[in-house]
Design a protein around this ligand. Structure first.
Ligand code: 5GP
Length: 118
């Protein structure tokens, strides 16, 4: 999908907006969420703006989705003892606000069994 204007995440990737980057390679960037919902809350973002959500990414580039999961695990290994919750919001009513696919990695003292909050 071609977006008319760059998403906030594209602007972070292009270094137009500052972010606390914790991981980066050719295809993915990861940074601390500006409004953390857990002690560890990192957003893992494919650099391409071609996919608005994980459903599009899964069908369009499954290898890139697998890489996002791999990076999430690496971030969790480094910051949250290797265990984490991985969330993709899909659609406005599910809480998605930025339509450039991204995974939320939450960890470090999550409440047991709560799925409702990020
Ligand atoms: P969504 O609600 O689309 O699943 O996730 C978007 C996330 O991006 C939210 O958790 C929000 O706090 C985060 N976010 C929005 N703007 C910025 C920003 O400028 N910098 C950073 N680091 N995170 C942002």
């Amino acid at each position: 999908m071609t977006q008319t204007e760059p998403s906030i995440f594209t602007r972070i990737i292009d270094r137009e907006i500052p972010a606390d980057v914790v991981y980066e390679d050719d295809s993915v960037i990861a940074f601390n969420d500006i409004a953390p919902q857990a002690p560890v809350h990192v957003v893992v973002v494919p650099k391409t703006a071609d996919y608005r959500d994980v459903v599009e990414l899964a069908s369009g580039d499954p290898a890139l989705l697998a890489h996002v999961v791999e990076v999430a695990k690496q971030v969790a290994d480094e910051r949250a003892g290797g265990e984490f919750r991985l969330i993709f919001n899909n659609g406005e009513s599910a809480g998605q606000t930025i339509f450039h696919v991204h995974a939320h990695v939450l960890g470090g003292g999550l409440s047991e069994g709560t799925l409702g909050s990020k």
